[in-house]
Design a protein. Structure first.
Length: 658
């Protein structure tokens, strides 16, 4: 074996010094997305686990960049080309991408309380996803500057590593201390043991996490604090040793789609109703339901709602557009989104309209491709009827133009046939779009630069930011008013059903976050719901309702004779049916809500995220209260499992694992 010398000790290599510097940057970036304070009170085991995994994952985040750098060096040597320049470029770019990803992850966590996940990835890769964020030119410039900053930082680290390597070699290699045989051998063996030690620690921490599931079950919530933590179960191994796993609070729901349960039967009315369905992005409940506020912000909508049924405690089916819109057209929880997308199955409601020869036209100021409504709810709708060719520079301009097009469609229809039209409004989506004549709330922020936003800045500027939102909602009301006026002027209210709602709500730091898609607090999930039908008596209802109730309310008006359970899981609001609980979902969680409690559980999610419980008003239970209330909700949890698998042929797997 070749005898080691100071010159071949790996720590003196500039590449390794470069990765050590990058490792320190990675730790700093990932630390900003970890709630250390939340773990501190949980005891020594969670704290120790968090510290070890934090340091370990700091290295693991860099493994792809290390591998790419090593491969580039090997390839260059194999091809006898300039190794240093190419390897340095690969190292700088790959680590810059890694650190940029961690920075973005920390930024998303700070603003929205979630890490980069399947939802974020879907947003990035699906056509129309990036546009839905509502970024500005300032944001784009900011992101470009940040990207350049990260690349520049890595280039500086490489220069610094080169200088340090020369300095260390000059300081140590050329003096008697560095040539001491004991020091050389010790350093050499430490460097050789580094990678085996990393592998051993990785295996130990993950197997320890898995073993915790069979003992005190303390580490699941801690693991959620480590960005991109990869959980393992090792169930077969530990069960072979005689251990029994603690109960998992994760629901597993799977099976083959069975929708509708029975063919839809109907007797078309002699005088079928027209239907206009208006849905707004991010329209929170108090914009209409707070009468004193709505008289100023939404006078047109309030006046119309006073002639209709207005439901002031209406829950969306999700805290984001995907689940919110899906639940209102399908009448079922959002976990069905994924099998419907896979099967490209549309809504039974649309099937009935097509069978009854309705003239249909659909408009959105966003995209029908993101979320993928053109492959789910509207899968059976011809592409020519899905209008999302928006030409305006902002959401309010597209809303205005699409209302014009919607009214033109009604004008040019065949009056001998009924029509259905749907429009999705974008004005109240961040950055909150409005023209100056809609600016009733001042001062307001001129722009929202996502690249420079921080939680501290949000707290400071949340009132001007919310004023932007209020102005955008006022513009929404102006567009609603155009439609209401048209219906009155053309005497269409005698035979037209009108549905008005939001896809979800919008939070303005009431519970520590801004926007939506992060938590299930009322501000993010309560939306207005107004349903007008000819000849109805006006009503203002404070009963719990859900987006899932809209379809069961409308389908009988189309002459559908099936029980609603055949195609939905909602209540017929016009028949006086009520509900005592509802479900809200996001990408991989479901929330059970009743008058007392909100219970959040993962659904088919990777890992072992813990059940979370709060009061229905989003305040927290004590631990004793939490256990007591859960003990009273066992039948409700069983009903939840049954409902999440109602439209699957196989329901056996819809249960909590043991």
């Amino acid at each position: 074996m070749k005898q080691p010398s100071a010159s071949n000790i790996l720590i003196f290599n500039k590449t390794n010094i470069y990765f050590i510097l990058s490792y320190l940057l990675v730790l700093w970036l990932s630390a900003s997305a970890i709630s250390f304070s939340a773990i501190y009170a949980e005891g020594w085991l969670p704290i120790g686990f968090l510290c070890v995994t934090f340091l370990l994952y700091g290295f693991l985040y860099l493994v792809p960049a290390i591998i790419l750098t090593a491969l580039s060096r090997f390839t260059c040597k194999l091809l006898s080309i300039n190794t240093q320049r190419i390897t340095s470029t690969i190292a700088v770019l790959s680590v810059a991408v890694t650190t940029l990803l961690l920075y973005a992850n920390a930024k998303i966590f700070a603003l929205y309380g979630m890490y980069i996940n399947g939802f974020i990835i879907n947003l990035l890769i699906t056509p129309g996803g990036i546009e839905s964020l509502g970024g500005s030119a300032a944001s784009d410039a900011g992101f470009a500057a940040i990207t350049l900053l990260f690349i520049t930082t890595q280039a500086f680290f490489l220069w610094l590593a080169t200088w340090l390597a020369k300095f260390v070699n000059t300081l140590f290699v050329n003096n008697k201390f560095a040539n001491n045989k004991y020091w050389v051998n010790l350093s050499f063996h430490i460097s050789r043991a580094f990678l085996p030690a990393i592998v051993l620690i990785t295996v130990a921490t993950h197997m320890g996490f898995a073993f915790d599931r069979y003992t005190k079950n303390q580490l699941a919530s801690t693991a959620e604090n480590i960005p991109f933590y990869q959980t393992v179960s090792a169930g077969g191994f530990y069960e072979s040793l005689g251990f029994t796993q603690q109960r998992s609070d994760k629901l597993r729901v799977s099976g083959k789609l069975n929708y509708p349960l029975n063919p839809i039967q109907f007797k078309q009315p002699a005088k079928p109703y027209n239907i206009i369905w208006l849905t707004s992005e991010s329209w929170r409940a108090d914009m209409l339901n707070n009468t004193a506020t709505s008289q100023q912000i939404m006078p047109n909508t309030l006046q119309f709602a006073n002639q209709a049924a207005r439901y002031t405690r209406n829950y969306s089916g999700g805290n984001g557009t995907r689940m919110g819109v899906f639940s209102m057209f399908m009448g079922m929880p959002g976990n069905y989104w994924f099998p419907f997308l896979q099967a490209q199955r549309g809504a039974a409601f649309i099937d009935v309209l097509q069978q009854q020869q309705y003239q249909t036209s659909f408009y959105t100021s966003a995209k029908f491709s993101y979320p993928e409504f053109s492959k789910t709810i509207f899968a059976a709708v011809p592409a020519a009827q899905l209008h999302d060719e928006n030409k305006g520079a902002t959401g309010w301009e597209n809303d205005r133009d699409n209302v014009t097009n919607l009214l033109s469609f009604i004008d040019q229809r065949d009056t001998a046939k009924p029509f259905f039209t749907f429009m999705f409004f974008e004005s109240p989506h961040a950055r909150y779009y409005f023209p100056e004549d809609a600016a009733i709330a001042k001062p307001y922020r001129d722009d929202l630069n996502y690249a420079t936003l921080s939680k501290e800045q949000l707290r400071k500027d949340i009132i001007p930011i919310k004023n932007r939102y209020i102005n955008s909602v006022h513009h929404l009301d102006m567009q609603f008013g155009r439609i209401f006026d048209y219906l009155k002027e053309n005497q269409l209210l005698d035979n037209t059903i009108v549905v008005i709602n939001g896809d979800h709500g919008e939070e303005f730091m009431e519970h520590g976050f801004w926007g939506h898609n992060s938590t299930f607090v009322d501000e993010q999930v309560l939306t207005p719901l107004v349903i007008y039908a000819p000849g109805m008596k006006p009503v203002v209802s404070k009963q719990m309702t859900s987006h899932m109730d809209i379809i069961p309310t409308i389908m009988p008006l189309l002459g559908v004779t099936n029980p609603s359970k055949d195609y939905a899981l909602g209540a017929n609001l016009f028949k006086g049916e009520t509900r005592n609980h509802t479900y809200i979902e996001d990408w991989d969680r479901v929330v059970y809500v009743d008058d007392d409690v909100k219970i959040t559980q993962p659904v088919n999610a990777k890992g072992f995220a813990m059940m979370k419980v709060s009061k229905a008003d989003d305040t927290q239970f004590s631990e004793q209260e939490r256990k007591a209330v859960l003990a009273t909700k066992q039948s409700a949890m069983l009903q939840l499992m049954q409902d999440l698998s109602h439209f699957f042929k196989k329901k056996v797997s819809a249960s909590a694992t043991k």
